[in-house]
Design a protein around this ligand. Sequence first.
Ligand SMILES: NC(=O)c1ccc[n+]([C@@H]2O[C@H](COP(=O)([O-])OP(=O)(O)OC[C@H]3O[C@@H](n4cnc5c(N)ncnc54)[C@H](O)[C@@H]3O)[C@@H](O)[C@H]2O)c1
Length: 269
Amino acid sequence: MTDFSSVKDRIVIVTGAADGLGKAIAKCYSGNGMKVIVSDVNVEKGTETVLEIKEQGGQVEFFSADVSNEKQVKELISFAIKKYGRLDGIVNNAGISADNRPLHEYSLDEYERLMSINLKGVFLGMKYGIEAILKSKSSSGFVINIASMAGIEGNSAMGTYVGSKHGVVGFTKTAALDYAKYNITVNAICPGTFRTSIWGDASEEIIQQYANIFSPNGRLGDPNEVGYLTLFLASDLARYINGAVIPIDAGSGVGKVTPVKWEHPEILD
Ligand SMILES: NC(=O)c1ccc[n+]([C@@H]2O[C@H](COP(=O)([O-])OP(=O)(O)OC[C@H]3O[C@@H](n4cnc5c(N)ncnc54)[C@H](O)[C@@H]3O)[C@@H](O)[C@H]2O)c1
């Protein structure tokens, strides 16, 4: 069995961890003995997540911070240092989506709001998070940026989102080179289509239609699947993985799915 025990007692901040992928990451980390700071703008859901993790025996704290606000990000990092004396890793996960529209129909205000969370938020998390990891002299520092397949490929009607996620991938590659000699790995995870609150009130039928279009295996991703990948990247098993931009998308990004009729479908019987 693969041993993830190297992560035990490591201190990690997960932004946007009240819900969705961030929550799954926080639960996966705390379930494996890491000390987690759940951070989010949603205090109610963040507090619920923390209670859930505590009930499962995890060591976790909540700190409310808006990733687009420099002062609040600095306070978040200071909180981690005050509480635990050091920081080993940060997962820059908080992000928002935008309505699907052709690029010229986005207003500058909409662009700036999305960029301030998806791109500036990751910049601030890296800037202050990495500084704290360096000062902590962590021998196993790590930064994980949750980008998207929209950080690797284009997507019609998603201009601002795609632009922000390509930027996250750029930050990741550059920082991977900047800090490789200082025991910090910096990687990006690129989820395809996952089942989170991003889907709002969409019916099962609509969700399945999307899964059929966007996922070669016909199902949406489970947030825990992102959690397992972040656990691996935080562990000593992954210290040679740096600057990687890792799709987790059932293969949707590798090419088009062409409808095909098998000559011998009976081999599956
Ligand atoms: N769900 C998917 O299919 C999918 C696919 C690709 C990429 N992603 C990326 O994964 C990340 C998480 O997405 P999700 O699906 O879990 O979304 P989600 O909406 O379920 O959760 C996002 C969390 O971020 C928090 N948040 C929003 N703005 C914030 C801010 N300014 N500061 C701090 N927290 C803030 C929200 O309160 C929420 O708890 C995002 O960066 C998203 O772009 C998701």
